[in-house]
Design a protein around this ligand. Structure first.
Ligand code: M6R
Length: 605
């Protein structure tokens, strides 16, 4: 869950590292550090601290204009608390190292190799000590020997005091991408950090050694054979990872959604029909299966729950949505006739990745819905549909969620047509409605100040409920996750009908309720449930499809959502709920993009 950068080249190393760490900070932000080695010297200067990259920048007193090489790290603590000494890089002997992942057998290694005198409580320092123990002037041999002793997941990036401006790297599971460009050679945990320089990159294969110098990249396998890097071109614009004048990435990313949905549909609609030819996804994937199983975590799983409701109502198929972290331990019903759909923004979530591997071992075909190109889950899966949302930096997922939904609408439409459930006309009508989504979202965004007014009513709340039925409930599960993660208000999404089976006992005048009412067939029941909480003193905020029930404004705070077919109301409603959470958080003065205890990419189980 940590961010790693390595750079060797002609630019000011310290600035390249610090700028990159700021872009990578969303991967972990409890401590940060850099190590810099000036060209022609053997001294490696380390500067690190508990705190954000901003704090690091303030204390970095390394030479200002400096060329050479360096490595940097932002940490999400696993082993050892948040402290200066536990921050990376770790330095032992000639070795300076940063690590992402978990070394599971670090205790055994300390004992076996008598690694006394470690300065931190981290598993990572053990990896540094081991590389140093094996180092006799040949970096690659030392790294390989150390790696053969490690159990767990790791991306290791190493500087050796006596190896000029070279940087070495190896990995297992934890991702590293790398590139060579005009300004030098660089590697990072993800593309976000490289985007400023280039959009050409390659994924470092597992159990290989990558050596970077200013002018050259050398990739070898563990038997010493040269391997040609497989370069890819990201279609993210350079600098697309900036804030574009918005105070927070979350706001920028919420505002980008109409465009992101357009980009997700591009090349996937042909003569009004959903078409995955360009993605290489064959119709047989959708016809040769008896059941569907969606595996994902957090927001991505919530997108899966919306898909589940659509699949049940349109395709009448058996579909399960499994939390990836529970999947392998819950005896899942998976076989060759199961279509497994893995959903992930980062494509690196370890639970989802392991679940995909497990499902494949059981014979299932796996389709991944992913945002980050070339990520581990994308590579592990049989087929991939990319969401084309562009870089999502805010920890709270917004545009990744709605683009995942857009892909699901396309999948459901294609599947319904290929399985003979939808006629061509029905399919085209469904797709036409999907094409209206950007416009409906835009209408919500243009009225965002109204949502800001409503958000002010929630600022004092300690607890709140979100209630709705059917698809509204699925939408609110995500809305509620957004609220709790960025505003720290305890928020629970409940199926409204279930409320009186217990939780209504918690409703008081201090427990605001947010309701979503967008499904025509459920309006009267949902409004009755709203009355029930109102009668118990709750202030109620209602997000309602504009064409449904009138005269609510006297009793409630109401935001009317642009009308779409019921199946698509999730889209404008989700944008409204994202804005609600965003305004509560920013009005409370929180760091919206980096909520406490969280990290964007969850690479530990
Ligand atoms: O990268 P992934 O989509 O696999 O991440 C899964 C979850 O960690 C993620 O959706 C998380 O719940 C959101 N960032 C919360 O907003």
């Amino acid at each position: 869950m940590c961010g790693i950068i390595g750079y060797t080249g002609s630019e000011n190393v310290r600035e390249v590292l610090l700028d990159a760490l700021e872009l990578l900070e969303y991967r972990g932000y409890d401590s940060s550090g850099i190590a810099v080695k000036e060209r022609g010297t053997e001294e490696i200067k380390v500067c690190k601290c508990a705190g954000r990259v901003g704090d690091l920048r303030a204390i970095c007193e390394l030479q200002r204009a400096l060329t050479g090489c360096g490595i940097g790290h932002t940490r999400w603590a696993t082993h050892g608390g948040v402290s200066d000494k536990n921050a990376h890089p770790h330095q032992i002997g000639k070795v300076t190292l940063v690590h992402n992942g978990i070394i599971e057998n670090y205790r055994e290694l300390i004992e076996e190799y008598h690694l006394d005198g470690l300065k931190s409580e981290t598993d990572s320092e053990v990896a540094a000590a081991l590389v140093d123990r094996f180092y006799e002037g040949d970096p690659e041999t030392a790294i390989k020997k150390a790696v053969r002793k490690l159990k767990g997941t790791f991306a290791l990036v190493v500087l050796f005091a006596d190896q000029g401006d070279a940087i070495y790297c190896t990995r297992n599971v934890s991702p590293i991408v790398a590139t060579l460009c005009d300004e030098g050679a660089m590697l990072a945990s993800d593309l976000t950090a490289l985007c400023r320089f280039t959009n050409r990159y390659f994924v470092v294969p597992e159990y290989h050694i990558l050596k970077l110098t200013e002018t050259e990249l050398t990739l070898t396998d563990f038997d010493g054979n040269r391997v040609e890097p497989e370069y890819q071109t990201a279609d993210w614009e350079l600098n697309s990872a900036g804030k574009n004048g918005y105070p927070f990435y979350m706001e920028k990313e919420i505002m980008e959604q109409p465009r992101a949905i357009e980009d997700t549909m591009t090349n996937r609609i042909n003569s009004g029909m959903p078409d995955f030819t360009a993605d290489g996804v064959p119709d047989t994937l959708f016809t040769d299966c008896d059941r569907i199983c969606i595996i994902a975590c957090g927001t991505a799983m919530h997108a899966g729950l919306v898909a589940q409701a659509l699949v049940k109502s349109i395709l009448h198929m058996h579909i399960d949505v499994e939390m990836a972290s529970e999947f392998m331990y819950s005896d899942p019903v998976i076989d060759e006739r199961t279509l497994v759909i893995a959903v992930s923004q980062s494509g690196e979530t370890i639970d989802t990745l392991e679940a995909v591997k497990y499902a494949k071992r059981r014979g299932a075909k796996c389709l991944a819905v992913i945002n980050v190109k070339g990520s581990s889950i994308a590579r592990e899966s049989d087929y991939v549909l990319y969401t084309n949302a562009g870089p999502e930096i805010a920890v709270a997922s917004t545009k990744a969620y709605t683009t995942q939904l857009a892909v699901f609408y396309l999948i459901v439409a294609r599947m319904a047509h290929s399985r003979g459930v939808f006629s061509a006309e029905e399919t085209q009508s469904f797709v036409r409605e999907l094409q209206r989504v950007p416009q409906a979202m835009q209408k919500v965004l243009e009225r965002r100040h109204e949502i800001h007014v409503v958000a002010r009513k929630l600022l004092e709340a300690k607890d709140l409920f979100m209630i709705g039925r059917g698809l509204d409930h699925s939408t609110l599960l995500e809305g509620s996750l957004k609220m709790k993660e960025v505003s720290y208000i305890h928020s629970e999404a409940y199926a409204s009908g279930e409320l009186k089976h217990g939780p209504i006992a918690l409703i008081t005048q201090d427990t605001p309720v947010v309701a979503s009412v967008t499904q025509e067939k459920l309006v009267s029941k949902e409004l009755s449930n709203i009355k029930e909480v109102k009668s118990r003193g709750a202030d109620v905020v209602i997000f309602i499809k504009e064409t449904l029930a009138g005269n609510l404004e006297e009793e409630y705070s109401v935001f009317r959502l642009p009308a779409m077919r019921d199946e698509f109301m999730v889209m404008p409603a989700s944008v409204a709920l994202q804005l609600l959470a965003y305004y509560v958080s920013s009005d409370k003065g929180f760091d919206v993009d980096k909520p406490r205890n969280l990290a964007k990419v969850v690479t530990v189980e």
